[in-house]
Every structure is written in C-alpha cells, then in structure tokens.
Write a protein that binds this ligand. Structure first.
Ligand code: TUI
Length: 289
C-alpha cells in the first residue's frame, strides 16, 4: 500500500502478531532502506517489504532488501522471476501476489515459497477474478501455501478464506484506519464512511485497473477515459494523486485507494485491537480454540 504502509504501520502489525509489510511502491531504494531501519527501531518482530514491480527503482529496492536482512518479500503488479535467485540465495521468503492460477503455477516453478491470491475486490491495482473464485483455483493449482486477499476485513472474511483452502490472509483496507497508520484523517474518514458500492475502477482502458473510493478525481478520470483521453493525459491527472490524498488529505482531487470491504471498516482502532477482534471472531466461526 503505497504511502499508507510505511514503517509505523508495518512495525505495529508485526508487534500485534501479524506480518507487517512496508510498501516500497515507487520509492527510491535509499528511502526504502531508511524505512526498514526505522521499522527495526520500533519492533524486534520481523516485518517484510512489498516490492511494486512497476517501480523503475525495483532492481535497487530488491538489492536493499537483501542488504538490510529482510526475510519476507511480497511482490505486486508483475512477475518477480528475475529477483528470485538473488532473494532465495539470501534466505528471503518470497511471496508473489498473483491474480491468476497460471501466474501462481509459474511462480511456484520459479521457487516462490507461497503466493498471495488477490481478488478484484482489493484496493489499488487489481486483476479481474473475484477472491471467491480465484483462491480455490489457485489452491488447486499449486502445492505451496496460498494466502487469500481482496475483500477480507473481519473474522468472517478470514474464516471464509480458510474454507476456500487458504492458509493465511492479507488485509490492507482494514489497516488504513489503524491508529498507527500515518494516513491523513480525511482519508481515514472516507474509508470509514464508505458504503459497499462506493468504490470505482479507473484505468480499465489503460490495462492498469486501480480500485479507489469514488470522488471528483475518479469521476474526472472515467469521464476522460470515455472521451478517449491519451495515456499521457490520464497519467498527468493521477501523477502524485495518491500522495495528495494520503499525506495532504486532499480527498477531492487525490486518489483514495481502498478495497470493496471499506464498507466493513467502521472505526479507528489500534493494530492490536484489529488483530484480536478478527482472530476472536474467526476462531468462533472455525470452531478452534
Ligand atoms: O500490486 C498490487 N496493488 C497495487 S500496485 C499499485 S501502484 C500501481 N498504480 C497504478 C498502476 C499499476 C500499479 C497500487 N496497488 N496488488 C498486487 C497485484 N498484483 N494485484 C494484481 C497483480 C498482478 C497483476 C498482473 C500481478 C501480476 C500480473 O501480471 C504478471 C505478469 O507480468 O505476467
């Protein structure tokens, strides 16, 4: 989660018993290094890094991960095969995010330790299959553990993911509003106030669909897409727009990435409270102690 999943959130999630991730997104490698070091000052628990493969700095970020002794990496928005050898040799657990069973198989053959199967309910850059259909098909296609993502925000979603054959879940949207999340209050309020149908997908025409909460920006983007705007014009509109929303709190012209489960997020809570609530609820449903 670009800008959202910084070291504060990653450290808090890991300290609460999860596996926190720093979202490297489009950051330069040295910024990622600094984030990792600051995260280590906040917690002794391990946390990972997500590498967004469309980042032009991805090669350097991949290297920094090894240099800083990070042990868990997830990747998004592409195929991480070219980094696999380097990461495996360094003892890094590699978990690519996939949106299809085909890519999951490819990743298993390339040496991935697990995959995150992320459905189209997720926020940000998305594939087209739903979590309900994707997760069991990925489970049937590989022998490595599958982590479900997309649309999971509470214990019910967690339990449902287990029923689909997943061995873990990845959640983003629920943690946007965490007390430890540095996201601007305006952004948090947009997530808290969102209803089930308040997200929209921009970028369908460019081949890079991105799910966000509907606002002036998404309406303008979709209007331009319909009118046949060029890739350059669309890119100009979104340049720096996520930062604008997350950091500056501009929820009118900024991009508010969030998943369809935003309607399930009702309040700001600490990561510890969120984790405990989800696990208590899921254990009852799954009948485990
Ligand atoms: O990556 C994400 N979520 C993201 S990345 C992002 S930044 C961005 N903004 C605009 C356009 C593109 C990126 C914001 N949110 N989630 C994991 C994810 N990965 N979802 C879907 C995929 C994916 C899609 C296609 C993974 C691989 C893939 O194809 C691989 C290939 O090249 O064959």
């Amino acid at each position: 989660m670009a800008w959202v999943a910084d070291y504060h959130l990653a450290a808090a999630v890991s300290a609460a018993g999860g596996m926190g991730l720093i979202g490297a997104a489009s950051a330069p490698a040295e910024v990622v290094r600094e984030q990792i070091r600051k995260g280590k000052e906040l917690t002794d628990m391990p946390f990972g890094v997500n590498v967004m493969l469309m980042n032009p700095n991805a090669d350097e970020v991949a290297q920094v991960i090894v240099e800083e002794g990070i042990k868990v990496v997830t990747t998004g928005a592409g195929n991480p095969a070219k980094y696999m050898k380097m990461w495996k040799e360094a003892g890094v657990i590699v978990i690519p995010v996939v949106a299809s069973a085909g890519l999951a198989k490819l990743m298993e053959r390339a040496g991935a330790d697990a995959v995150v199967a992320e459905g189209t309910e997720a926020g940000g850059h998305i594939g087209s299959s739903t979590t309900m259909t994707l997760v069991p098909q990925v489970v049937d296609s590989v022998n490595i553990p599958v982590i479900a993502a997309g649309g999971i925000a509470d214990g019910r979603g967690f339990a449902a993911a287990m029923m689909l054959g997943a061995e873990g879940v990845q959640m983003g949207t629920r943690f946007i509003t965490a007390t430890e999340s540095i996201v601007h209050e305006n952004y948090k309020q947009k997530v808290i106030k969102a209803k089930d149908i308040d997200s929209e997908v921009t970028g369908m025409s460019t081949g890079h669909p991105v799910r966000c909460i509907r606002n002036k920006m998404t309406k303008e983007y979709i209007r331009m897409e319909k009118e046949g705007a060029t890739l350059e014009e669309l890119e100009l509109l979104t340049l720096g727009s996520l930062r604008k929303a997350v950091i500056d709190g501009d929820v009118v012209d900024g991009t508010i990435m969030a998943g369809q489960c935003a309607g399930l997020v009702k309040k700001e809570q600490s990561c510890m409270e969120i984790m405990e609530e989800i696990m208590t609820e899921a254990k009852v449903l799954l009948k485990v102690k």
